[in-house]
Design a protein around this ligand. Sequence first.
Ligand code: 5GP
Ligand code: ZN
Length: 114
Amino acid sequence: MEDCIFCKIIAGEIPSTKVYEDDEVLAFLDISQVTPGHTLVVPKKHVANIYEYDTDLAAKVFSRIPMLARAIKNSNPNILGLNILNNNGEVAYQSVFHSHIHLIPRYSKKEGFG
Ligand code: 5GP
Ligand code: ZN
């Protein structure tokens, strides 16, 4: 889709740090990391929000989440938890209208991001 920043990332027109890619799904680091390793998981097909997924697309995208969660956890022994977040609509703090799932690793409060 024209003027969609995530479609441009998927097309390779805008650089990103890729975490995972297959035919249907791309995962890349968020440009503004809430914590180190903050990753966005997007369908390659442009859908604006959760309401536009059909069952097939939902299966493709959401079935990758546990594998990506494990990969993020295994990337750093200081990662002790993970938030999975999907914002839909401006009032829900969605700012990019190509649906995406945030994977936000959480670290020890005492140790910091280590
Ligand atoms: P939302 O607020 O829509 O749930 O999240 C959008 C996310 O996309 C934000 O966390 C923001 O930092 C990220 N983002 C916006 N533009 C870019 C970009 O050009 N590259 C990357 N990697 N992330 C982006
Ligand atoms: Zn798009």
